[in-house]
Design a protein around this ligand. Structure first.
Ligand SMILES: C[S@@+](CC[C@H](N)C(=O)[O-])C[C@H]1O[C@@H](n2cnc3c(N)ncnc32)[C@H](O)[C@@H]1O
Length: 281
């Protein structure tokens, strides 16, 4: 059997992904690098190096899974977020680049060196652990309802060596009912309308509905967090919520209804409305 070199393997897989993926070449590259266990730069210097028989067998298995629609991140078991490697699995959402808008906004607030921050629906821990990596003195608590997601977030916490972040299981504010008030509350909660046709397309087919959908056309969890969050925020504390590109007006109205001030929507890197922020008076 003749074994392909790296460039040939990528070309072959890209062609197979052509119809099923928006990024066929990138998917092929990420899967190949996963199999050979090398960094991205390796592809530039060593593209004519041949795969071993074992690597070729493993790569073909990865390609077959991707062709069936499985997300690349589930095949490799990891996803980069805020330039950090996060383990991912089917217990929660694969972190999205859009969510880096939350991290960027919070870091840009110019908060003091020691604040208390709460991340609701932490999933992999993407937001909480990224913030902790930038601000080691912040007192950060992260909560998720899913026990499996909590285990995953703790695995990421361990791998990223951020032991001071508190990761708790429970529903929204329940685990911090008796905790001191927070300076910042962030959340990327489930916000997709349960009848949204996109739920049957792409990566989301492989992600749990518990991380994706919310009743009331996708607004129930966002409304719950806004309505109840004020009692967990200090006066002058800030809430930062991710939401769908077409949900900003409703979220702004919720914030106004529950007497928050300085209500502002910010776009993500793709130019879509992505987060709305507000202050407790
Ligand atoms: C959209 S995912 C966000 C995950 C992660 N924060 C991120 O940005 O990648 C929403 C998360 O909220 C969690 N969740 C759903 N209902 C919850 C509840 N009642 N209390 C706490 N977390 C909940 C889900 O398990 C899921 O991990």
């Amino acid at each position: 059997m003749s074994l392909p070199n790296l460039a040939q393997a990528i070309a072959w897989a890209s062609e197979r992904f052509d119809k099923s993926s928006d990024s066929p070449k990138l998917d092929a590259q990420v899967l190949l690098l996963h199999v050979i266990g090398k960094p991205r730069s390796y592809l530039y210097g060593w593209s004519d190096e041949s795969l071993t028989e074992l690597q070729y067998t493993q790569f073909k298995a990865c390609v077959a899974r991707r062709e069936k629609g499985e997300p690349v991140a589930h095949i490799t078991g990891t996803k980069e977020f805020w330039s950090l490697p996060f383990f991912v699995d089917s217990s929660t959402l694969i972190p999205r680049p859009d969510t880096e808008t939350v991290v960027e906004y919070v870091l840009g607030l110019g908060m003091p060196k020691s604040i208390r921050l709460l991340d609701l629906g932490t999933g992999t821990g993407a937001i909480a652990l990224s913030l902790a990596s930038e601000q080691p003195n912040w007192d950060i608590t992260a909560i998720d309802y899913s026990e499996d997601a909590v285990s995953l977030a703790k695995r990421n916490q361990h791998a990223l060596d951020l032991p001071h972040v508190k990761i708790l299981q429970g529903s929204w504010f329940e685990p911090v009912m008796d905790a001191p008030l927070f300076d910042v509350i962030v959340s990327n909660p489930p916000y997709i309308d349960p009848i949204d046709p996109h739920l049957s397309q792409g990566d989301v087919r492989f992600e749990p509905l518990s991380a994706l959908i919310a009743p009331e056309n996708g607004f129930a969890d966002l409304r719950h967090i806004i309505e109840n969050g004020a009692q967990y925020l200090k006066s002058g504390g800030v809430m930062v919520l991710e939401h769908g590109y077409d949900q900003a007006t409703v979220i702004q109205n919720f914030f106004a209804q529950f007497a928050y001030i300085n209500i502002l929507t910010i776009k993500d890197i793709a130019g879509c409305d992505r987060i709305t922020v507000a202050t407790k008076p």
